[in-house]
Design a protein around this ligand. Structure first.
Ligand code: GTP
Ligand code: MG
Length: 385
């Protein structure tokens, strides 16, 4: 209990008031001006009566709860911490009201009750009342239990407070009541699960937000490799087309397509020897590189390697993520990344993030997986910048 007021129901005058200082609690109810408060209480009562035809039992404030008990002559109000067990406060309210009526009924009825000085000694009675143990009945507990769970669901109290509240409610309980306690704790457990679901949803939303932050981002892909390696065939598949006969590319084909929530602009270069000199002019502002090699044709590995190093020797290319499609997997029998990396000496050569992806433009195998890697690395690279 933080504060207690006993009001004359008819006049609204505050007959008795006591503030309880809780150890370590600086947030006492200093801000309550009794005159203002009694006006407030009367207003609330009239409001409740008009709106619902009943009286108010409780009002939840930011840092406490106001409990009311109304009888013919009195209104007893207590400001209590949210952690307090409601049934205990209600018991106290009843006890206080009974004792007050017992001590002062005559004074109240004969209207000398507005001289509030005569109620001062009630402070001692309050001390006695507070020292008595409050015994809760099983029905008090049942009522309080649903009450506590409701408040928890409406976020009026924290899970920790609800837990303490319920433990307090079952203090001194025996036998069957302990079984009830176990059930209650089970109920709290499932409520906690809901909270976890909520937290998980929050995490999910924030992940989505992170991901969506990149949606619509443009990425320029620089796609190079020898003639007939399969560059055009691969890009066609990535753009959702089927594997169809292609013609040799003659300068550069620029296409735009959407994938993985990114907008790609692919620069599909011409692989023929006489056309390779023009490659580098398309390199500026690229976000990722794709090198395609026909892995079924080891006779051209050396030539492919020469062109590969020529591009990678360029300062701008040296930092970009590079995906190497080892194409035509439907034709070649075996593929060993380790062997491939050794032939090309990739570990020594590359400072870039790189990945070798066996694939086939014909069957589609490996294409999406490779592009996914590239997207992740393009985004990671963009974030570093
Ligand atoms: N079996 C098989 N054939 C493929 C595959 N990918 C491409 N091809 C064939 O290889 C040939 C060359 O493919 P393109 O995509 O035109 O090669 P490119 O790299 O674009 O060649 P240029 O445009 O000249 O630089 C075509 O006949 C394709 O059908 C594949 O994965 N498997
Ligand atoms: Mg082509």
């Amino acid at each position: 209990m933080k504060h207690l007021w006993i009001l004359n129901r008819e006049s609204g005058i505050c007959l008795f008031e006591q503030q309880f200082t809780v150890k370590g609690d600086n947030n006492t109810s200093d801000e309550f001006n009794s005159d203002l408060f009694t006006g407030f209480v009367s207003a609330i009562f009239s409001f409740a009566r008009v709106v619902s035809g009943s009286t108010i039992e409780r009002m939840v404030l930011a840092d406490g709860i106001l409990y009311y008990r109304v009888s013919d002559l009195l209104v007893v109000v207590v400001l209590a911490d949210k952690k307090e067990i409601p049934a205990k406060i209600k018991r106290l309210l009843t006890e206080i009201e009974q004792r007050f009526l017992n001590d002062y009924k005559m004074a109240l009825e004969t209207n000398i009750g507005d001289d509030v000085a005569i109620f001062k000694p009630f402070g001692e009675t309050i001390q006695q009342i507070l020292q008595l143990p409050v015994i809760l009945t099983p029905s008090d507990r049942t009522e309080d239990l649903s009450d506590t769970l409701l408040r928890l669901m409406h976020k009026q109290i924290s899970i920790e407070d609800a837990y303490q509240n319920i433990l307090g409610m079952y203090e001194g309980a025996e036998g069957q009541e302990n079984t009830q306690l176990a059930n209650t704790m089970g109920a709290i457990g499932s409520l906690l699960k809901h909270v976890t679901v909520e937290q998980r949803l929050k995490e999910l939303v924030s992940k989505l937000e992170d991901e969506m932050a990149h949606w619509g981002t443009k990425a320029k892909l620089f796609v190079f490799g020898l003639d007939k390696a399969g560059k055009t065939a691969i890009l066609n598949r990535l753009r959702g087309q089927s594997f169809e006969p292609t013609r040799p590319t003659l300068s550069v084909d620029v296409e735009q397509f959407e994938k993985e929530h990114l907008v790609f602009q692919s620069y599909d270069l011409a692989g023929q020897a006489s056309l390779r000199n023009s490659w580098l002019q398309y390199l500026p502002n690229s976000n990722g590189l794709i090198f395609v090699i026909d892995y079924s044709d080891p006779g051209r590995f050396k030539e492919a390697f020469t062109e590969f190093t020529r591009v990678l020797g360029n300062t701008e290319a040296r930092i970009l993520p590079i995906l190497i499609y080892a194409n035509k997997k439907d034709i070649y029998k075996r593929f060993e990344i380790a062997k491939f990396a050794t032939i090309f000496d990739l570990r020594k050569l590359l400072k870039n993030p790189w990945k070798v992806m066996p694939c086939s433009a014909k069957t589609g195998e490996g294409l999406e997986e490779g592009l996914k890697w590239l997207v992740d690395n393009i985004l990671a690279f963009a974030q570093q910048k």
